[in-house]
Design a protein. Structure first.
Length: 502
């Protein structure tokens, strides 16, 4: 019997995670054995996506093709895997990419699976999740992950992150900013160090005042520093401030980033100094004395998160509920709206091609979150709701998922904002229509009987049939539905309201 719902074959019990980082693309494949993660394969390619990011947010063609070629190779490996078993996320460079939607479409074509862009906060949560599963509980820990374009810092206890930050500095970003020509001088070193310390200045106190019992580092840069420390005979692999000073001094004397250090791989050489300077700034700003490199990080965190989704332990559900309560949403009313939206979705899902589980989840969550803006102001609260959902830290959600929730909140009342809907997601417009209709049936706070809704759709025509006597008994709902006929004209869909005798 399969461990996961809707997954039947042995191969489909495998999970794959891909991290599209600014320096490297990583893929890991694993299976679950007695609830333990067994890694089957790891692939890393130094794509250097961040090198190709221009100042205007465009991606040069060389970097784009390196990335897409790598994804095509990954896709050959994963072609037979169901989408529910594969999670692919992009981090800092894809967050900064001006034409990210174009790149995501190209990536999906080459890879055969969709790619999500995740926020810095979500990246930090997943990193901590991966490391926390690898290590035995040992009090409070601070964890750092230096990527190509960003650095994540997380303070946590057990499996729970308590404080998270994502900073705009990484091994590629610092190298591009201060050592692009390969030359290392006292001036370039000093400028890079100051830039890193400036990035850390606003957040360091929040971490240091809480304290921790152990210091951990994750991912490529930090593991590479640990290897250099060990290969040079300075430590057993523990990273210390003295080791970092020795590495920086070696580059200062050599005068170039092409320094061949013991234990350092050739493909990391060009960006290693940038990463070391970020790490040195972390040590100075957070007053660290030593650090141990952890084996697991973002990719493993993705696997545990995906396993939770497949076993109906989706953190996104908990995040939605927490946000709704934080903004004092009427949960009973929202539950009724959600139930009515699902009732109508069941009636039209086949004709409207809305049968995906993710569509159902997004619609359900929107029923609980469309009114969060009421906690700010009643006037135009749907605009406040949309802003909150686009910008809040919603653990587990990708940037695309948050934007879908934001658009649904914006579109749940008044004129239909068709210009805000992405052209490549017609399901979102249909979900918005279902949410609007569900809300109309629950304008007041009273509990109602089972609603006698009969909803049928043919292309863009929506036929809503209700008992004539019911409409007579609910004149305000009837008036709202008649107004909705006019509002939906902007959506390209036509609502037809009719009564029936029974």
């Amino acid at each position: 019997m399969s461990d996961f719902p809707n997954v039947t074959s042995d191969q489909n019990r495998h999970l794959a995670a891909i991290d599209l980082g600014s320096n490297s693309f990583h893929m890991i494949v694993a299976r679950w054995d007695n609830d333990q993660l067994v890694l089957l394969d790891r692939v890393r390619e130094p794509v250097r996506l961040g090198w190709g990011l221009e100042e205007d947010g465009s991606l040069n063609e060389q970097a784009r093709e390196r990335a897409l070629s790598c994804l095509e190779r990954f896709g050959e490996y994963l072609r037979e895997y169901p989408t529910c078993s594969v999670r692919v996320v992009g981090t800092k460079t894809l967050r900064s990419l001006a034409d990210s939607q174009v790149f995501l479409a190209q990536a999906k074509t080459r890879l055969g699976h969709p790619v999500e862009i995740i926020s810095g906060d979500e990246e930090a949560r997943l990193i901590y999740l991966g490391v926390a599963h690898y290590l035995a509980p040992s009090g409070r820990r601070i964890l750092m992950d230096i990527g190509g374009g960003s650095t994540e810092i997380i303070l946590g206890e057990g499996m729970q992150p308590l404080l998270k930050e994502s900073l705009n500095m990484g091994c590629v970003a610092i190298t591009k900013g201060f050592f692009l020509d390969g030359r290392v001088t006292d001036k370039s070193l000093r400028r890079a160090q100051v830039a890193c310390l400036q990035e850390l200045e606003p957040i360091s106190e929040a971490f240091t005042e809480k304290g921790w019992d152990e210091v951990l580092g994750a991912s490529g840069t930090i593991k590479a520093v640990a290897k250099v420390c060990q290969a040079a005979g300075w430590t057993d692999g523990t990273i210390t401030r003295e080791c970092l000073d020795k590495i920086v001094q070696s580059y200062r004397l050599h005068g170039n980033t092409d320094l061949k250090l013991p234990g350092l791989s050739d493909d990391r050489q060009a960006v290693f100094l940038g990463g070391v300077l970020v790490l040195a700034a972390l040590f100075e700003s957070l007053q660290l004395t030593n650090m141990v490199a952890a084996e697991w990080a973002l990719r493993e965190g993705l696997l545990f998160d995906q396993k939770g989704r497949l076993q109906n332990q989706d953190i996104r559900q908990a995040s939605v509920e927490a946000l709704a309560k934080r903004f004092h949403v009427n949960m009973e009313k929202s539950a009724r709206v959600a139930q009515t939206a699902q009732l109508m979705l069941n009636q039209v899902s086949g004709d409207w091609n809305l049968e995906s589980e993710e569509t159902r989840k997004i619609l359900n969550w929107s029923a609980y979150l469309y009114s969060v803006g009421l906690d700010i102001a009643h006037n135009d609260y749907h605009k406040h709701s949309a802003y909150i959902l686009a910008n809040v830290d919603l653990a587990g959600c990708s940037r695309s998922e948050q934007m879908q929730l934001s658009v649904l909140a914006l579109a749940h009342r008044k004129r239909f904002p068709i210009k805000h809907f992405p052209a490549d997601n017609p399901a979102l417009i249909k979900s918005a229509i279902l949410l609007r209709l569900a809300i109309i049936f629950h304008r007041d706070k009273k509990k109602d009987e089972v609603l006698p809704i009969d909803l049928q759709v043919v292309a863009t025509e929506i036929k809503l049939t209700l008992p004539a006597k019911w409409l007579e008994a609910h004149p305000l709902t009837q008036a709202d539905l008649e107004n909705e006929i006019r509002y939906l004209q902007d959506s390209g869909y036509q609502l037809v309201l009719q009564g029936r005798d029974s």
